[in-house]
Design a protein around this ligand. Structure first.
Ligand code: GLY
Length: 587
């Protein structure tokens, strides 16, 4: 169900890099820690692809702020990490503005085209046609990334669009050295990508063979699109030549998206969903992501126990995590969708009294069966998303923070590229419930809240998060890919930091678990002891022994130096679960 194990080489590289960078900061890090983060007294960028992290850090060095760095990193990832970095997808950006002491959320999730309709993925028998939903021209929502990144830059950045786009343009035009990760992921996805002539031409050599690590991949059509965006801003993508190429692609295949859909795409600035957990404020993405709501809900349930005393990843601890996850994901199924179309009961779901009721239902010794759980406020998780998405975090010298998660949905999205424009289209329409009330291809049932409607945004699990200490200062920016597992991964990052006092590298390295109500299964990474697994089984939990790895957090933590609140350092941890990720520091 989840990705295969990581390339261990990346761990080694990360640890070597970390131990070099940390040498001068031993005074503030526990020298006994098993894992050490990268340290910076200035700004920092952590992403799933090191070239893009360096692009962002360079923007910081040139005087840009965390938002400039985030926009530059986002456009660079569209070139260097084409499986998830994108301009043909969408996402969510959480920003903390230090001077205003304000945290905001930018929703640039894809929107269903105006001609989309509820049953568009049902076949003649009324069953969901998964190929049509995931790998066809109909799989794509109207892309939001370009509008979202430009919105962030225009409103909160300091540098010009040309300045932040130039590194991505150079990488696309001149090419960059293909990494082991890119070479392998293109090979793994070749069956899908080679079905589309444009994707075949963009990502494989003329004879159809793949790029080997160290060979140079140039993307001249993508460079031209990025140049149009740099010259014309939003209009360089949603109007004119890029828009014409995208709609021509649609029309050749009877796609639903129109020029009008592109022109009508809207970015929405939203108020993050925040909760207080052990005196720390935790802020994350509100609907149309389910991430923030359910992370706060689970934290509220878990706050009633002294988790630290149970021991990290002990059976007693994992049992409580699983039971909290089970209940939150049951609620997700019924109550979560696009808030512009469905009244999502955010306050009720994040209410501490409601969490108390759910906690009371939990037997400390025995697992509840998921079939005995129903959405509590009044049935079933929305469609399970693919694990291919990507997160990055940026932090500048002035204390501004960005936590950004964006995606094409599946690895390389629908596999279809816009011919002439050089970018892949998302398959985010599959994040809608194609057939509300019936199990989808993964055995999950979706609700009316997330049914397809024109102009609606599909429900997401992306959980970009910023945590604040009791004094109100940001102490953590984190997030992850992982589809439905994103929320529980980010939850465990927060718990590792707050309850178990881990540094960000330890928190990242720690083994993760996941439960999502349905299937009634505990997914777990290697690193949970056999004793613990035996105890969990004896409590009635069903365990998936073939989980692989869960997510890839790219996080930054802030720590004060001594008693002087003005002097602080940034600790960065790229996740070794994905080869090629990296933390880059401002010079
Ligand atoms: N497509 C993954 C998500 O939005 O959660």
């Amino acid at each position: 169900m989840f990705p295969t194990p990581l390339v261990r080489l990346a761990l080694l590289a990360c640890l070597l890099l970390s131990s070099v960078a940390v040498a001068s900061e031993k005074a503030i890090l526990d020298p006994e820690a098993r894992f050490h983060p990268v340290v910076s007294r200035g700004g920092m960028v952590v992403s799933q692809e090191m070239i893009a992290s360096k692009v962002g850090a360079d923007i910081l060095t040139r005087g840009g702020n965390a938002i400039d760095a985030a926009v530059a990193t986002g456009f660079a990832l569209a070139v260097t990490l084409p499986r998830a970095g994108n301009i043909g997808g969408g996402g969510f950006m959480l920003i903390h503005l230090a001077e205003e002491d304000r945290t905001l959320a930018i929703d640039y999730r894809e929107m269903a085209p105006a001609a989309a309709y509820k049953d568009m993925f049902l076949d003649a028998e009324g069953d969901v046609d998964n190929l049509r939903a995931r790998f066809s021209i109909h799989s794509s929502g109207v892309p939001g990334t370009v509008a979202g990144l430009i919105y962030a830059l225009d409103n909160y950045g300091k540098l010009s669009l040309k300045e932040v786009l130039q590194p991505a343009i150079d990488l696309a035009r001149e090419g960059f050295e293909v990494s082991v990760d890119l070479s392998e992921s293109l090979q793994a996805r070749q069956k899908t990508l080679k079905k589309d002539p444009a994707s075949r031409a963009y990502f494989y050599k003329p004879d159809g063979s793949g790029y080997q690590p160290g060979e140079v991949l140039a993307q001249p059509d993508l460079a031209k699109t990025l140049i149009r965006i740099a010259a014309k801003g939003r209009a360089g993508f949603y109007q004119g030549e890029t828009a014409d190429l995208l709609i021509a692609q649609m029309q050749r295949n009877n796609g639903l998206m129109s020029l009008e859909d592109l022109a009508n795409y809207k970015v929405v600035e939203r108020t993050p969903v925040c909760g207080i957990y052990r005196d720390n404020k935790v802020c994350a993405m509100p609907p149309p992501s389910s991430g923030g709501v359910h992370m706060i809900q689970m934290l509220n349930i878990l706050e009633g126990w002294d988790l630290a005393s149970l021991g990290h990843n002990s059976a007693a601890y994992i049992h409580r995590l699983v039971e909290s996850m089970r209940r939150a994901y049951a609620d997700r199924s019924q109550y979560l969708g696009d808030p512009d179309f469905f009244p999502v009961p955010v306050s009720a779901l994040t209410d501490k009294a409601y969490a108390g009721q759910l906690r009371k239902q939990i037997d400390p010794m025995m697992a509840t069966r998921s079939e005995d759980i129903r959405p509590g406020l009044a049935k079933v998780a929305g469609s399970r998303e693919s694990s291919e998405t990507t997160h990055y975090s940026t932090w500048d010298q002035w204390g501004n923070v960005v936590s950004n998660t964006y995606t094409l949905n599946f690895s390389y999205g629908s596999g279809i590229s816009v011919a002439g424009a050089g970018f892949l289209l998302n398959n985010e329409m599959d994040d809608f419930s194609a057939k509300p009330g019936s199990p989808n291809g993964y055995g999950l049932v979706g609700g009316e809240a997330n049914a397809i409607e024109p102009g609606k945004r599909p429900l997401s699990s992306m959980t970009p998060t910023i945590v604040f200490n009791p004094e109100g200062q940001p102490i953590l920016a984190t997030g992850s890919p992982g589809g439905s597992t994103i929320i529980t991964i980010v939850l465990q990052m927060v718990l590792n930091i707050i309850d178990f006092d881990m540094n960000i590298a330890e928190a990242t390295a720690a083994a993760r678990i996941h439960h999502q109500w349905l299937p009634d299964t505990v997914f777990y990474e290697s690193g949970i002891s056999q004793d613990t697994l035996t105890l969990l089984r004896s409590m009635g939990h069903q365990l998936n022994d073939k989980t692989g790895v869960l997510g890839a957090t790219e996080s930054i933590q802030r720590a004060d130096l001594g008693g002087d609140k003005k002097a602080s350092v940034r600790y960065g941890a790229a996740d070794y679960r994905r080869a090629g990720s990296g933390a880059a520091v401002q010079n």
